[in-house]
Design a protein around this ligand. Structure first.
Ligand SMILES: [Zn+2]
Ligand SMILES: [Zn+2]
Length: 326
């Protein structure tokens, strides 16, 4: 098999030929059709997250077909599956037993501690794989598996908000904007000052208003989701939400949040983060996406161009999502 491998955080991925792994008990070997490039991959490559296992194959938005099943695994060869960020949990802790497996202390994650989808093949615990539509373009489905899933969990955490702010209009926002507009919400999309391309993109996907993140929206928001990894957006979003409103921080990593006056939190405003996903989030979202229907906009890269895809994600040159196609 071929894989793009991170040997040391802060260095480029290296293209390697490796022996194709055999699926262990309960695992499946998957022929990767497509793997999305997520901002979290940048945080892994840059060494901004703790406990990265190296060498590691990044990538946790994987769509592929089962090639072989290990002992006890029930997924038959040929079945199309989606492999997300959540790769393993203990199943026994208080979090796991109370429907919050996303918070399991012993959880392990695809493309972070478990080799992921920047490869022609990968293995996964079948209990953490999702069923995917048999037909359709795998590259268009791949971004649903993290940008879509985490975006969906963030949207649920935003509650019943009718006026919803979205800060940062990347892969997750472009999916969740479609869902929120379909639900009848009014979307206020905030982008970097001068980023006209992202604003036009947001309007095309259903945003009612677009502006720069320093701007005040024309009406107070009921909730806001921050997808950009920029801590200074937290006080900006708090200033934009009404009393009782919620600010959801959707990313796994964010620069420090500057201090802010208590007055902008006062009035029962809430700031919260969203961490990882549960398998239930995945089942709910993957059932919802075809009803909208969510149409992803992707830029395809061959596997060996993973470093270039990451570079373009970093500089914000992409609209929608980048996807590697082995
Ligand atoms: Zn657990
Ligand atoms: Zn992700």
């Amino acid at each position: 098999m071929r894989a793009m491998v991170l040997h040391r955080p802060g260095t480029a991925l290296v293209e390697e030929e490796r022996p194709t792994p055999a699926p262990g008990p309960g695992q499946v070997l998957v022929d990767v059709e497509a793997c999305g490039v997520c901002r979290t991959d940048l945080h892994v490559v840059d060494g901004e997250l703790p406990d990265i296992r190296t060498p590691i194959v990044p990538g946790h938005e994987i769509v592929g077909r089962v090639l072989a099943a290990g002992r006890g695994a029930r997924l038959a060869p040929g079945i199309r599956v989606g492999i997300p960020w959540l790769g393993a949990t203990c199943g026994r802790c208080g979090h796991c037993l109370s429907g919050r497996e996303n918070l399991c202390d012993a959880a392990r994650f695809t493309g972070y501690q478990i080799d992921g989808g920047y490869a022609s093949h990968c293995v996964a615990d079948e209990r953490f794989c999702f069923a995917m539509p048999e037909t359709g373009d795998a590259a268009n489905m791949a971004p649903l598996l993290c940008a879509g899933l985490i975006g969906y969990r963030s949207l649920v955490m935003a509650g019943e908000a009718r006026r919803l702010g979205i800060y940062g209009f990347g892969a997750a926002a472009h999916i969740i904007c479609q869902v929120a507009a379909w639900q009848g919400r009014e979307i206020y999309a905030f982008t970097r000052a001068g980023d006209e391309a992202s604003r036009a993109f947001a309007r095309r996907l259903g945003a009612a208003w677009t502006g720069s993140s320093e701007e005040a929206p024309p009406a107070a928001l009921d909730a806001a989701i921050i997808f950009a990894p920029v801590g200074s957006l937290v006080p900006a979003a708090l200033r934009a939400v009404r009393k009782g409103g919620t600010v959801v921080c959707a990313g796994i990593h964010m620069s420090d949040i500057p201090s802010f006056p208590y007055a902008i939190l006062w009035g029962e405003r809430t700031v919260r983060s969203v961490a990882n996903l549960t398998r239930r989030d995945g089942e709910e979202f993957l059932a919802l996406a075809p009803q909208v229907p969510v149409r992803t906009e992707v830029t395809r890269f061959p596997l060996w161009q993973a470093n270039e895809a990451l570079r373009r994600l970093r500089t914000g040159e992409l609209q929608g999502a980048a996807v590697l196609v082995p």
